[in-house]
Design a protein around this ligand. Structure first.
Ligand SMILES: Nc1nc2c(ncn2[C@@H]2O[C@H](COP(=O)(O)OP(=O)(O)OP(=O)(O)O)[C@@H](O)[C@H]2O)c(=O)[nH]1
Ligand SMILES: [Zn+2]
Length: 319
């Protein structure tokens, strides 16, 4: 006989942690999780927690909603235990490069991926933007393109590629409040990704007063930032909603996405691929995508980018 609905199975073997409280993981640091727990309508406390053994190998990442037991007072030396990770609404993953089979979950439960790209210093790379759009799609997240440093270069070239795709975007520049971005972020959980030095910390500091994210310098020789932020952190926006700042990345490996699904991140090409021969690699002669682009249905840069993505899986990533 199986227990009927409404009965409470397994309570005898394992405590169901009925006294557990709910926390939001806002930072992870060397096996310690910083979780925010709401104590009343007005009051939130930050609770430090470790993993409970019963969690097994399940990862806990920033953005996760967890059940906490033990000392959840939030007092300086108090340590709680994470006994459960609640089901996730989205999972953003990446691999170090396209040949790496260790996939990392970066954040959970974010609804939107904000792809932060500098218009100059460092130079924008469409390969990175396209990879992020593929990752967002795979994660079940909306994407937003945030083009920074418009005081240094004109966004027109990039917008010519991404505006027709219907990718929402916003442009920011030094000395100007990112008001439009602030509006777009309200009431949701968004995650910022981008190369090191594109200006994520600068944006976060403008959006979240007292966030105090360290702003680094772009190395004049390599054009890369100094990786001033070292792990993801979730910050509450004064207007409501959350942003998760992630460390600057070198690349966004997509080894975890099956080859045939990559094209879904390029919807304007996917349509043209309907004319391809069966099992087309999209790299061979006779691929219908060449004619599709020649006819003006999609940007040649995007096709280039898609093909680079396809070939990079057999080699080391170059983006
Ligand atoms: N000209 C210009 N410089 C900017 C702008 N935004 C940021 N910067 C500069 O770019 C450099 C890098 O900015 P950060 O905010 O540290 O970049 P980041 O993306 O957080 O870098 P990581 O912490 O390495 O991930 C700093 O010197 C900033 O002052 C901008 O809109 N225009
Ligand atoms: Zn093809």
């Amino acid at each position: 006989m199986r227990p009927g609905r409404g009965s409470r199975p397994r309570t005898r073997q394992r405590p169901a942690h009925e006294d557990a409280v709910t926390g939001l993981v806002v930072a992870v640091d060397r096996g310690r999780y910083r979780c925010l727990v709401r104590q009343s309508r007005r009051r939130q406390v930050a609770v430090t927690a470790m993993r409970a053994r019963e969690l097994g190998r399940k990862g806990v990442v920033v953005g996760d909603t967890v059940a906490l037991v033990g000392d959840v007072s939030g007092q300086p030396d108090a340590l709680a235990r994470v006994v459960r990770v609640e089901p996730r609404t989205s999972i953003l993953r990446r691999t170090a490069d396209d040949t790496d089979d260790v996939e990392r979950v970066i954040v959970a439960n974010a609804g939107r991926l904000v792809v932060v790209t500098a218009l100059a210093d460092p130079e924008p790379r469409v390969g990175m933007i396209d990879r992020c759009l593929v990752a967002a799609r795979d994660a079940g997240m909306d994407a937003l393109l945030c083009l920074t440093k418009a005081d240094l270069a004109d966004p027109a070239g990039l917008l010519e590629i991404y505006e027709p795709l219907g990718v929402p975007y916003t442009v920011t520049r030094r000395g100007e409040d990112p008001a439009e971005l602030r509006g777009l972020l309200q009431d949701r959980m968004s995650v910022l990704v981008g190369h090191s030095g594109v200006g994520k910390s600068t944006l976060v500091n403008a959006l979240v007063p007292r966030a105090d994210r360290a702003v680094g310098h772009v190395n004049a020789v390599t054009g890369r930032g100094r990786h001033t932020s070292s792990s993801a952190i979730a910050l509450e926006l004064p207007e409501g909603g959350w942003i998760i700042d992630t460390p600057g990345v070198r690349g966004f490996g997509l080894a975890h996405i099956p080859q045939e699904e990559l094209i879904l991140g390029f919807p304007e090409l996917a349509e043209g691929a309907a004319g391809c021969p069966p099992l087309c690699s999209h790299l061979e002669e006779g691929c219908a995508l060449d004619a599709w682009v020649a006819a003006g249905h999609a940007s040649p840069l995007r096709l280039e980018s898609f093909r680079r993505l396809l070939t990079s899986r057999d080699e080391t990533a170059d983006q």
